[in-house]
Design a protein around this ligand. Structure first.
Ligand SMILES: *Cc1c(COP(=O)(O)O)cnc(C)c1O
Length: 432
């Protein structure tokens, strides 16, 4: 495969201007390519498995706008549904029948959800669910896992290392210690650490929240018994189990991780795919818990644009497309081909690597592995990943610009796309 250096003049101009207008030139940090070095490319348009930048370069995309584009970007049926919905107006701020439709689809699909509240982002969903955990149990503390991301609300911005596991020190300036004092953390896949936190904080822990498959520290699946263990421990201590399925919901199975692993949490957060590329989040669970949410109950949570008709429309059509037979088998097959191929090429070109996939979600670390938690993931050679990322970009492959992000395929990715990607990976790894 022959490559010429990417021509990215327009991207560079636009990004240089953006840096004077917006902090770091972006609306969300990872987009700035800080952890891989080099300049971000500025997108012009997206279609199917592909993106085009403002200089006219085409790439095979494995970010899929961080997950929502599971049917492929700008799917014609989603766009057609949106055009029809647009004629009826962009926002109602009042009840809308489409909310019933999407709510019913979510309730039918996700085992733990009997009632749902729509919000505008995954962050909002996680904020709402935390308030609900506390309202229902009358307890203030929560347990989260190191490396798990639950949006940018203050209470979740903690990833204390093992030595300060119970101190709850914030990750970001501007987050008061008092806000995170009730946030306890444990290493992922470590049931004993969770058990200890419960023993040290009797009757004080409202619940445990986690990504049932981690995607925000790279791709880290749960060890056998981990989810089951959390289900038992939370029950034993009168605490709630919350699956943050903003990423995994409708991604690793139609009913999310809880369907895939057969473990039903008390509450679930959703986002990304259920908005079909428009801003949406949701939280839901058992009726007796959800009835606490205003106006049915006293727990306040609201949103001007929540249940927005365009977002509901894109979500409904996306879920309809995912219901077609063979969807998840196809995602699994194509992603396994990619993941196995990458690992094999790494081995043949002499690079320590590990990784894996579940359905259309995958990950790949430049370390021997195995990776069970964030500490393991951090052993990765991130400098090498940066060079790999840049090389792949020059071969027309767009990967998430961080070693610590999962990758995503879509129903639009073909065998030929995967072959081209592996061919590029072989050339780049051989040159690292
Ligand atoms: C993306 C993500 C969020 C945050 O969602 P936003 O829509 O970006 O606010 C929360 N939890 C998980 C697991 C996510 O992947």
């Amino acid at each position: 495969m022959v490559t010429t250096p990417l021509k990215t003049t327009k991207s560079e101009e636009i990004f240089a201007a953006a840096q004077k207008l917006m902090p770091g030139g972006v609306s969300s940090p990872v987009r700035a390519f800080k952890s891989v070095g080099g300049q971000p490319i500025v997108f012009d348009h997206v279609k199917g498995a592909y993106i085009w930048d403002v200089d006219g370069n085409q790439y095979i995309d494995y970010v899929g706008t961080w997950g929502p584009a599971i049917c492929g970007h700008a799917h014609p049926e989603v766009l057609a549904a949106l055009r029809d919905a647009l004629e009826k107006g962009t926002s109602f701020g009042a009840p809308c029948y489409l909310e019933n439709v999407l709510a019913e689809m979510v309730i039918d699909a996700v085992p733990s959800i009997e009632m749902v509240r729509f919000v505008n982002s995954g962050t909002e969903a996680c904020m709402g669910v935390l308030r609900l955990m506390r309202a229902f149990t009358g307890r203030d503390k929560l347990i989260k896992f190191e490396g798990c991301y639950h949006g940018h609300a203050d209470m979740f911005l903690v990833k204390a290392g093992s030595g300060v596991a119970t101190l709850g020190l914030p990750d970001s300036p501007g987050v008061p210690k008092s806000t995170t004092a009730n946030t306890l953390t444990a290493p992922y896949n470590d049931l004993d650490a969770v058990k200890q936190l419960f023993e040290e904080n009797p009757d004080q822990i409202a619940g445990v929240i986690l990504e049932p498959v981690v995607g925000n520290a790279g791709f880290i699946p749960p060890d056998a018994g981990f989810l089951e263990g959390l289900r038992l421990l939370t029950q034993e201590h009168g605490a709630l189990l919350v699956f943050d399925e903003v990423m995994t919901g409708f991604r690793i199975a139609y009913g999310g991780a809880q369907e895939k692993f057969g473990i039903t949490p008390d509450l679930t957060t959703l986002g990304k795919i259920i908005g079909g590329g428009l801003p949406v989040g949701a939280y839901g669970g058992r009726k007796e818990i959800m009835q606490l949410v205003a106006p049915a109950g006293p727990m306040y949570q609201a949103g001007t644009l929540s249940g927005n008709p365009l977002a509901m429309t894109a979500g409904i059509k996306t879920l309809e497309l995912l219901q077609r037979p063979g969807t998840y088998e196809q995602l699994d097959r194509i992603t396994k081909k990619l993941s196995d191929g990458l690992l094999q090429i790494a081995q043949e070109t002499g690079h320590a690597a590990c990784g894996g996939q579940i359905s259309g979600m995958f990950g790949f670390f430049f370390t021997e592995g195995p990776v069970h938690n964030y500490e393991d993931a951090k052993k990765s050679d991130t400098a090498k990943f940066g060079r790999f990322h840049r090389g792949m970009l020059e071969h027309g492959i767009y990967l998430a610009p961080s070693q610590f992000e999962a990758g995503f395929t879509s129903l639009a990715h073909t065998d030929e796309d995967i072959d081209r990607t592996l061919e590029a990976a072989r050339a780049v790894m051989a040159s690292l």
